[in-house]
Design a protein around this ligand. Structure first.
Ligand code: SAM
Ligand code: SF4
Length: 420
């Protein structure tokens, strides 16, 4: 079951944004996210807004989806114009899911083409699609590259069959290197997603997965601790005692192993769960850091196309209706698919900046801790965080809070100390 949307304020049918949305737009990069809400099989741990063919119902169809998403792209351009937000070229584009590559590559290309025809695109822009390893072919990857995609992010998760089985994954380990090779031959950059801490995964299994990922020579690796989301099949299996629960100590040990193995292979962390090839402390950022995700974490503007997709422009945030049928119905009537929205006040924007920037290797400026309306708070915590080995002392003296390895393991606790 996908999780619920926030409540927020009603969103108008014409999609026009409050005047605040246009403030500072000339100085803020603009990105597009396109959500593709379809999967061949629902993995037992996943609560993303995605539907298998049997779950879909309600008159929604995968075959019409690209046309509906293109309708939202056109709607978005008109709504931003009507809101006085100047047109900006796209700096990054990201197709996520779900499984975007369950749609024909030509469908994904048509959504990208519509976006580029509305806004244009920066030279050298990063254009990513997520993909399951068994949902691509050499030809589909070549079509994507020819259409302007520059990067593919494969959901590898593990290289160990019994772990893939607990995760309900449909691909075999050998499919990943094959898909990566095809992506390379098409000229695409490659990222691999891994999950650690799956019930039954040993430390040796996790090392096997890391080694297998590195053997594919990716440009980027994301490694996520398995989260047991409420309402998922995995949560029910754990409740019934059919599989063991996940364990925080196991997660911490595996994170440390990941950081060491990836570091030895020439990757550096730039966000708590993300490592890029090259770059690293004291040098320029690696060109393989995911610029789209950095746009989110740095509070840039983006329009999210698709059911359940979230958007943010100039401190105004909104989210679309979740079901593909309701989504298509709204756009079919020329109405906004937004279900609700909110205008962020200064205090909320401060909290979000702390939450997001502390997770980045580029760090949180200490001056940010003086910024919140109603007084600072948080700056007093800095000395204690250095003393406890959670932030780098030298960087803090230079004015930026950067998590140590121990701090990355306890990032949520660090945030609680910075936001008293
Ligand atoms: C929503 S998926 C989309 C990509 C693609 N469908 C796939 O699964 O390969 C994006 C990534 O989120 C991560 N993910 C999803 N649910 C998770 C969970 N409960 N815990 C940890 N990571 C999760 C997985 O690593 C996955 O690759
Ligand atoms: S394939 Fe990806 S998006 Fe689909 S259910 Fe599995 S993890 Fe979620």
């Amino acid at each position: 079951m996908p999780s619920a949307l926030p409540l927020g304020d009603p969103a108008p049918a014409d999609g026009v944004l409050p005047a605040q949305a246009a403030l500072g737009a000339e100085r803020t990069p603009f990105s597009l996210y396109a959500h593709i809400p379809f999967c061949a099989v629902r993995c037992g741990y996943c609560d993303f807004n995605t539907y298998t063919a049997t779950e879909l119902g309600g008159g929604a169809s995968q075959a019409n989806y690209a046309a509906t998403a293109v309708a939202e792209v056109r709607f978005a351009a008109a709504a931003l114009d009507a809101s006085g937000v100047p047109r900006r070229r796209l700096s990054t584009v990201f197709f996520g899911g779900g499984t975007p590559t369950l749609l024909a590559a030509d469908d994904l290309a048509s959504i990208l083409r519509a976006a580029v025809s509305e806004w244009g695109i920066e030279p050298g822009a990063e254009v990513t699609t997520e993909a399951n390893p068994d949902s691509v072919t050499p030809a589909s990857l070549q079509t994507l590259a020819d259409a302007g995609f520059t990067r593919v992010s494969f959901g590898m998760q593990s290289a160990v069959p019994h772990v893939l089985k607990v995760l309900d994954r449909t691909h075999t380990p050998s499919r990943v290197p094959e898909a990566v090779r095809w992506a390379r031959e098409a000229g695409l950059d490659v990222s691999l997603d891994l999950i650690y801490g799956t019930p039954g995964e040993s430390l040796a299994d996790w090392r096997t997965s890391l080694d297998a990922a590195l053997a594919c020579e990716p440009d980027h690796v994301s490694a996520y601790a398995l989260i047991v989301e409420d309402g998922t099949r995995l949560a029910a299996q754990i409740r019934r005692g059919e599989v063991p629960d996940v364990d925080d100590d196991d997660h911490a040990e595996k994170y440390e192993v990941a950081d060491a193995v990836l570091g030895d292979a020439g990757f550096h962390w730039y966000e708590v769960s993300n490592w890029a090839r090259g770059g690293g402390s004291g040098t320029a950022a690696s060109r393989f850091e995911c610029r789209h995700n950095l746009a989110y974490w740095n509070g840039s503007d983006w329009w999210g196309v698709g059911p359940g997709a979230h958007s943010h422009v100039g401190g105004v945030r909104w989210w679309n209706v979740k079901h593909p049928a309701a989504y298509a119905g709204r756009l079919g009537q020329g109405a906004s698919p937004a279900a609700g929205r909110e205008t962020l006040d200064d205090a909320t924007r401060h909290v979000e900046r702390v939450l997001l920037k502390i997770r980045l290797a580029s760090g949180l400026p200490v001056s940010e801790l003086d910024a919140p309306p109603g007084g600072g708070g948080g700056r007093e915590a800095v000395a204690g965080l250095i003393a406890d080995g959670l932030v780098e002392g030298a960087a803090a003296i230079r004015g930026t809070l950067v998590l140590t390895l121990q701090g990355r393991l306890l990032a949520d606790a660090v945030v609680r100390r910075l936001l008293p």
